[in-house]
Design a protein around this ligand. Structure first.
Ligand code: NAG
Ligand code: NAG
Length: 436
């Protein structure tokens, strides 16, 4: 059994290597300076010993530089190289892109969530195309550290986003009571439509979320809303029989298995202008006016804080919700009892959600491997060499777990994304040369 799994993973690695060879042939036609094609046996050997077949001089120099200097300390040469990087060509485009076209990403980070949040933001910046505005809600004590660390990222990445840091505030009711609801600060999310008055739409994510493909792709779903939809989430579970809400909830919840709010798209304009049906008043209520009565009514019945309140709201207002498939909010629940997220099997995981602290312990090594690969990726490096190969090696060690048995599900999107980033890189670098 174990052997067969290992064989399957190796086959997968061989396929990935084949893909790279094809890619290199394709790009090689356009330009000889290319990513080295990796022999199919390479992943089994240690990375450092696998000599690239036809590494360009630049690539070799880069390899010798490892371990990479930390972001921020960069040589003049690397700065110059950076200036020729793909992101920089589109910089002028980014600068003229009006702020209303930027992606708006919100997160609420309190307590020990600083590193996790920065890794999430890093994953957003690494793979996205469009400029992003980060709205970071955090405690006073964490603010300077967020500022400092975000400014230390290399220019080519800091150009791709701007960030705003906000204190935790609650506009209605008793602030202390809201703060105690669920984990520290989580109820903050319910107030975003009220606080971010100038923002039309927003992607809210928990701190333990990682983007494995451009944020642009999930952002596009906002345009798929029909005229009554104003928020989008994924189901809490794919199989109601073993889901939490269907078995334990003592309050109304959306659909057959409830909603998970860890990844949530919101059209704030619509949330602010809609009157919501509810169980507290005979009349419909505006979002802002509904929150506190809702909380008062259900506070003794709710377990998961603001997520439960959202489930109650959309139970009474189902026409307001757009349900997106589970690959946009992929959790251990989707594989730890066997694979049950069919869309992820087809599409690959698009957004990973390592809830229950799985990035920081050993129970779900696949989730941890992805977290560490993104956390440890040196910004300037080649994505395949410094993220994808190490990740594949780490995945070989996870085949004994239920989630580790389906590595292709975890790797499909990230591989596609890297291919796209890489192709963009080649095309942009080749473009000007060709005109001579
Ligand atoms: C949000 O809804 C408003 C009002 O219907 C609409 O004008 C706006 O374009 C929507 N935003 C997005 C990103 O779809
Ligand atoms: C929008 O979609 C939701 C969910 O599918 C549905 O309940 C609602 O009736 C739709 N609204 C309109 C105006 O078609």
């Amino acid at each position: 059994m174990k052997l067969r799994n290992k064989a399957a993973v190796l086959l997968l690695l061989a396929l990935a290597a084949l893909l790279l060879v094809l890619l290199s042939l394709r790009a090689g036609r356009a330009e000889p300076r290319m990513l080295p094609a990796r022999p199919s046996s390479a992943p089994r050997r240690h990375r450092a010993t696998a000599a690239p077949a036809k590494a360009a001089p630049g690539t070799q120099r880069r390899r010798r530089l490892r371990p990479r200097p930390e972001a921020g300390r960069r040589s003049a040469a690397s700065l110059e190289k950076l200036a020729r990087r793909p992101g920089d060509l589109s910089r002028s485009f980014q600068n003229v892109l009006p702020p209303e076209l930027w992606i708006q990403l919100a997160v609420v980070a309190c307590g020990s969530r600083l590193e996790e949040t920065l890794v999430m933001l890093k994953s957003a910046v690494l793979f996205s195309h469009r400029k992003i505005l980060f709205h970071i809600f955090t405690e006073e004590a964490l603010k300077p550290e967020f500022d400092k660390q975000l400014r230390e990222w290399p220019d080519s990445y800091t150009k791709k986003f701007e960030h705003r840091i906000y204190p935790i505030t609650f506009s209605v009711g008793n602030p202390q009571e809201w703060k105690k609801l669920f984990k520290p600060c989580a109820a903050q999310r319910l107030f975003l439509p009220v606080i971010l008055k100038d923002v039309d739409s927003l992607l809210y994510v928990d701190t333990d979320v990682l983007f494995l493909r451009p944020v642009d792709d999930i952002w596009k779903l906002l345009r798929h809303f029909n005229s009554t939809q104003l928020a989008a989430m994924a189901p809490e579970h794919e199989i109601p029989k073993i889901g939490w809400y269907s078995r334990f909830a003592r309050h109304p919840f959306y659909g057959a298995a409830g909603l998970n709010s860890g990844v949530m798209l919101m059209n704030l304009t619509r949330i602010r202008s809609t009157q919501f049906k509810n169980s507290m008043m005979p009349t419909d209520l505006a979002w802002e006016d509904m929150l506190y009565p809702l909380y008062q009514k259900y506070k003794n019945a709710i377990t998961w804080g603001d997520q439960d309140l959202l489930n109650i709201i959309f139970y009474f207002n189902p026409e307001c919700l757009y349900v997106f498939p589970c690959h946009w909010n992929y959790r251990p629940d989707h594989c730890m009892y066997g694979s049950n997220c069919k869309e992820a099997e087809r599409e690959g995981v698009s957004v990973l959600h390592g809830n229950r602290g799985v990035y920081h312990e050993d129970k779900q090594p696949t989730f941890r491997a992805l977290y560490e690969a993104i956390r440890d990726f040196p910004f300037q490096d080649n994505l395949f060499q410094s993220m994808y190969y190490p990740l594949q090696l780490k995945f070989l060690e996870t085949v004994h777990t239920l989630c580790g048995r389906i590595p292709q599900v975890f790797l499909k999107q990230i591989e596609k994304t890297m291919k796209r980033v890489y192709e963009k890189h080649v095309i942009i670098r080749v473009g000007p040369d060709r005109r001579h």
